[in-house]
Design a protein around this ligand. Structure first.
Ligand code: NCD
Ligand code: ZN
Length: 397
């Protein structure tokens, strides 16, 4: 069946931009043409609609397994759809960790049952012999390296980094940084300072990787510069762009790596506008509401973002470069890193995010189990109107 969505098309150049309709085949899940007038069933149309290539979040924690009380694949998927996302890549620090073929297979089974596309990064396995087996499992996007892996599973890390073309996502800190914990958010920023990120990037580079190294949640501009110098790709998280350590912020703003003092957020934003940052990725890290009310010294770090972040950043990026900037940083570029395509041209997958422009406030978390978030009451400049994945209409707002 033919269907159309019409509005302001916003794909990065050279894709379609300006008023128009994307016409797609719902059964084949492919864009057929871009026209001025709708063809087939008109699914959504309006002057105030923004049609983006389907949004992507390449760093999320959907949890599940024994951590399902914090979030599970289904609640995380619903939150992602409400946020307007069409593809997420899930992290392996689950319980038990997704670093053996058995647990990876179980996680993949759950992710495959979701309505949006969900890939998994595997954790560093206990032995070198498991690397190839896990890397070849369909749905595995690559591996995630955590600071302690650099010490505890050093030989396996070397094996992973020796694989040409394999995507390896690195949390850029050293284990020593993780040992320093501080109650006050600004002293946490000092204890887990930018030098730890730089040291981790330098260390990975010293191993002469053949793999495609991606540095995730760079919180310091020096990390972005260093990552690019070594030919790595790099993402930043919304909180490192939007927030600085608040006075008495308690647990709500506690996150790893910590929020940075000015001018880091402004410098990161400048690098983002200069094209040095490859993607925005949220590090959606949900915790149960009671956990985020606990003692700031011992409560778990992480901000749950999926329902809000793309619309929150749309407001910011709109002013600085237009909606195609969000399309580039939260769709086409991260999709390419995950070997997926996001675009609006004929022949592209019929996978889009359709926002309706409206000034609203984020009043409550509806889908994620993590209800305690720092952005309650924040101004949003769009509602999610429709999410289409491979021609299927997943969310009609
Ligand atoms: C992560 C989580 O909760 O899984 N939290 C976070 O603040 N990024 C784990 C971590 O990286 O410490
Ligand atoms: Zn994370």
């Amino acid at each position: 069946m033919r269907a159309s969505v019409c509005g302001l098309l916003a794909s990065p150049p050279p894709g379609p931009r300006g008023r128009g309709c994307v016409v797609y085949d719902t059964a084949r899940g492919v864009v057929e043409e871009v026209t001025e007038e709708p063809r087939g069933e008109l699914v959504a149309a309006g002057e105030d609609l923004l049609v983006l290539p389907g949004l992507v979040d390449m760093h999320v924690h959907l949890r599940g397994l024994q951590l399902s009380y914090k979030e599970d694949e289904r609640s995380g998927c619903r939150a992602a759809l409400r946020g307007g996302l069409t593809l997420v890549a899930d992290m392996p620090n689950t319980s038990p960790p997704a670093s053996t073929p058995e647990v990876v297979a179980e996680k993949l089974r759950r992710l495959r049952s979701l309505r949006l596309e969900a890939l998994l990064y595997a954790g560093v396995p206990p032995s070198e012999g498991l690397v190839d087996d896990i890397a070849s499992m369909p749905g595995v996007a690559g591996f995630k390296i955590y600071p302690r892996d650099l010490v505890e599973r050093h030989r396996v890390v070397e094996r992973i980094l020796s694989k040409p073309g394999l995507l390896v996502v690195v949390h850029p800190e050293l284990p020593e940084a993780e040992k320093s914990e501080y109650e006050d958010p600004s002293s946490r920023a000092a204890g887990r300072g930018c030098h730890w990120e730089a040291a981790a990037v330098e260390y990975i580079a010293s191993l002469s990787p053949e793999a495609r190294v991606h540095i995730t949640h760079a919180s310091c501009s020096s990390t972005v510069t260093l990552a690019k110098r070594y030919g790595f790709t790099v993402d930043v998280a919304p909180h490192h762009l939007l927030y600085t350590p608040p006075r008495g912020g308690g647990c709500l703003y506690k996150v790893n790596p910590p929020l940075r003092l000015p001018p880091e957020p402004q410098l990161l934003l400048k690098q983002l506008l200069d094209g040095q940052v490859d993607a925005i990725a949220s590090d959606h890290a949900p915790h149960a509401p009671g956990e985020k009310e606990g003692d700031p010294l011992t409560c778990p770090p992480g901000i749950a973002w999926l329902e809000a972040w793309p619309r929150l950043l749309l407001c910011l990026l709109d002013r600085l470069g237009g909606p195609q900037l969000l399309a580039s940083l939260a769709s086409t570029r991260p999709a390419a890193l995950l070997s997926r395509r996001r675009c609006l041209d004929p022949g592209c997958p019929a996978t889009f995010t359709v926002y309706q422009r409206a000034w609203t406030r984020f009043d409550a978390v509806r889908e994620s189990k993590a209800r305690r978030v720092p952005y309650l009451g924040a101004r949003l400049c769009a509602e999610t109107r429709l999410v289409v994945v491979d021609g299927k209409h997943l969310m009609l707002g």
